[in-house]
Ligand binder design. Sequence first.
Ligand code: B12
Length: 368
Amino acid sequence: MTSTSVTEGTGMPSFSVLRDQLWQAVSNVDDTHAVALVRHAAHALAQAEGTSPQTAAERVLLELIAPTQERVGVEWAANTITIAQEHAATAINERCVSAVADTAPATPEPAKGRLTVACVDGEWHALPARLVAEVLRLRGWHVDYLGAQVPTQHLIAHLHQRHSDAVLLSSSIPTHLPVAHTAISSCQTAGIPVIAGGAAFGPDGAYARLMQAGWAANAGGADALLTKGIESPTVQAARLVNADLPHLEDQEYTMVRQSRRQLVKQTLVDVEEGFPVMRQYTEYQRERTVEDIDHIVNYLATALYVDDDALFTRFITWTADILVARGVPAVSLLPALGSLDRQLSDFPRATCILATARGALSVPGQRA
Ligand code: B12
């Protein structure tokens, strides 16, 4: 990683050492140490390299805090930290973001333009959006940061009230894509350009393009796009989101969404039949199982929405890895997938998506 060598010879520890130190601090729930460390890193980097406080702050946000936050996810997935530790670490990283942002003065006027950064409705992952907002602010934009789960109608009202030049929408969880699509088309209908970002939109932003939105992998990419000038959509009568997705005509998405409860219920019955031991589950274990099945149905519906079996397969293999890390064999997902396959036998796209995921789970020697 180039960042490691950049600090060489400056008397500053390398970014990889700093990342380890920050990880130690957040995993020990030592917020005082974590905040002091990132603040010191921002000051020391600006001095050592003679860069502006804004550039140094951006690098600390993206090369120190963001990877540490990603590691939180990796360690949780590997079952090496608890959910409580994950929450504590995230809270500390949020404090670190504020501390680093405060090391660089506010945007000198006039700003490059006025932006709104928000998470789509239902989306709790605010930290990725916060990082984007802070970096754009450091790069000279005036940014209104609205945080987690912003209902679309309130977002639109805000954009009008504040005369935003563009809106940046963040989503981490793919099951929010249908809602994100509505938000994108509503903003565009109001004449405001949209840049979408975050893991939900797919590895290369394919789902953002499907929804006719701009896309950037990170804040730097968004800055470049905005500076170049993204096309302002012509104000038009409410754009029907279905026009972007002709495959929705087959109604498979709508039917799966509408019968979601029944699908979850029947899948639970079928899985219990296959695993009588489940009848001895505690109330808590049963609730978690229902929740897991509900996630599976929800991801299946989302894969139908964007017409991409890879979305569902990524979710199933991710779930399998989580289960394996907790001592549960990945094949335990197969009965649920089999039950859904039987219940949805009249739906060709759904059965095809399920078959691809089952194939990915059944690769011999893997995840069993
Ligand atoms: C912290 C965290 C939470 C916190 C969020 C708190 C907060 N204030 O943000 C809480 C506990 C609330 C949470 C909840 C859940 N989470 Co969570 N969470 C995470 C975790 C560990 C970190 C997220 C993060 O901050 N990442 C760090 C940032 C830097 O990375 P990033 O997302 O890639 O963002 C960068 C770019 O994508 C880009 N970007 C992002 N947005 C935008 C927008 C624009 C416009 C642009 C241009 C760029 C851009 O720039 C960012 C900065 O460089 C991730 C693991 C991970 N690896 O990300 C899981 C993760 C995202 N969560 C996950 C899950 C499953 C959930 C829950 C469903 C759990 C549950 N069963 O309830 C819920 C969902 C809640 C909801 N409705 O949204 C899964 C998702 C898996 C999947 N395949 O869908 C992950 C991947 C966990 C894992 N390791 O597997 N979570």
